[in-house]
Design a binder for this molecule. Sequence first.
Ligand code: SF4
Length: 344
Amino acid sequence: MTTGNQVATAATKGALTKPPKAFSVTAIRDYLTCPRMYYFARVLGLQRESTSFAGFFGQAVHWSIANWHSLGRRDPVEVLLADYERKIEGLIQKAQADGLTIDGFDGPETLEKYRALATEMFAGYHADPRNQVELVVNEHRFEVEITSSTKKVYLFSGYVDQVRRHPDGSLHLVDLKTGQTRPSDHLLTLDEQLSLYAIAMVRGRFMRPGKPDDENPPFTIGQAPASLSLAMLRDYGSYAKNEFTEFIDDPSGAKVKNPETGRLVKAKIPNPKFAEGYKKGERKGPVFYRTQRSAFDLRQAEIDLARVCGSIRMKQFFRRPSAHGSCDMCRFRAECVQERAEPI
Ligand code: SF4
């Protein structure tokens, strides 16, 4: 673990990392979580000591689905699973070779649990006729310039999961998600990642895999998406059981405290519909959560993104302590506290 003194030494010795040429959505999200955390990770370049298995799972699922599309969607579903297993094994081996601990990874049990989840996702994705469409973009890298309200220009780059062309010729942006939290309508309307990808479709450059050259030049789309969707792949799973309704306070009025947490224990109320097989076997959700953006919406999102870029360029790296959102999970807690006693 690097100490606060080491942080200060690194800074005074001029070991700061060069500012990146292009911003990314992840960088913007890191900054919005806590600007000081962004500074430790992306300006001082302090090394990560751990990584997460959930992140590997997401990468492996994306990779397998992209391969399936790029090979014409003809492969049986078993190929998706085989691709997934190859990829996840490679990611684990690399992390171990780099000396990183993998958060959330306990060996064969974890592998089995996530393999079952991947199997469910791939079976649903493969059988869903909505996924039998032509992809104009399939995990392609993009670059796009955004302009602030005062005409400052910032370059962004990243990867777009999918742009789909429907039979009527309309284009639809899809971002695949393997996490659990479903988006609210409000979040869909404001999501800066979807907005940035839509701006890239209007005036950005897309690069196919491999080095761009005369044979493989960057291409543009020049058209806004008719819809933007988050595809929540866990929705392809089905309910195994739903024996209880929501947890509610014990209706008898007998309040019992959990001796370990000191919190009131809530009662599970049997669901009267369970005997009829309520929800068992039903798909967990619609998978595609759609939204739209007008030209005005995109301009407002562009101005917001530019405001964040401007703050980063102005080195506004203040602390943003928050128990739930950042500090409790921050890997720079020791540096953060130490640095306050001994400012850089
Ligand atoms: S400990 Fe909290 S305030 Fe400090 S860098 Fe981490 S998230 Fe930010």
